[in-house]
Design a protein around this ligand. Sequence first.
Ligand SMILES: [Zn+2]
Ligand SMILES: [Zn+2]
Length: 287
Amino acid sequence: MEGFIRFGTFVGLLVVMAMWEVWRPRRQFSPGKARRWVTNLTLTVFNTLVVRLTVGAVAVNAALFAQQRGWGVWSLLHVPAWGNIVLSLMVLDFAIYLQHVLSHALPVFWRLHRVHHTDLDVDVTTGLRFHPLEILLSMLYKAALVLLLGAHPAAVIAFEVILNAASEFNHANVRLPTALERILRKVVITPDLHRIHHSVVVAETHSNFGFSVPFWDRLCGTYRDQPGQPQTLKPLGIQDCRDPRALGLGRLLLLPFVACLSPTRLQQTPTVAGEAPEGRVAQGRQR
Ligand SMILES: [Zn+2]
Ligand SMILES: [Zn+2]
């Protein structure tokens, strides 16, 4: 049942957002949209298989396990079921915000997370584009939190559905009426807000880490209301990793373990003795 709800929401929203992108796109797509879609959706299918063959629905199973044994903080504090659901949703969402901040701050996690950031356009499929290792780590992290909290299984299922739906919505290349967008961004992460996070400008990349609600960014001082360049013009992706030929599926899976330089740049950039290519990427991120 849980799988049916998640899969139904995932596919339903994917179709709706894709149609919305055709109807009212916010930005003009760069050439190569079909190739990006094939890459992102193939990666999604691959990730689904990896998860099924490894940890499966580990977070929900952890919730059921904790519930049967009366484990977790909410159980110790005698929090009723409705309170458990509300508090678990809030804590899990903040935990995912923190995970995202750490994914940018710690080089080893950035290596995984940059797969998401190398997309040269941002659309509904970008919301699904993550390295399988990042997904597995995130699932184990969530399961550990669920055990610690004793989160209600319904809260875990609702959280996963909301997170996936929010990711599909806030990555979509869709234009919302300006007045509506201004109201919506006060309570949810809109596509215009999250697109700032995908800017090539490093200071903008390190802002707007939230997936569902903007409160954590506002609270922790990482909220950015507007980009430096207009939404329709600003380049997206990672400055040193913008050659589409270097962003195929195989390369994306290898990206955590290799330098994020395109073949063109590798040919053009003379090798400096003692300087690792990754060193230049790190410098590039500081700009
Ligand atoms: Zn990010
Ligand atoms: Zn994103």
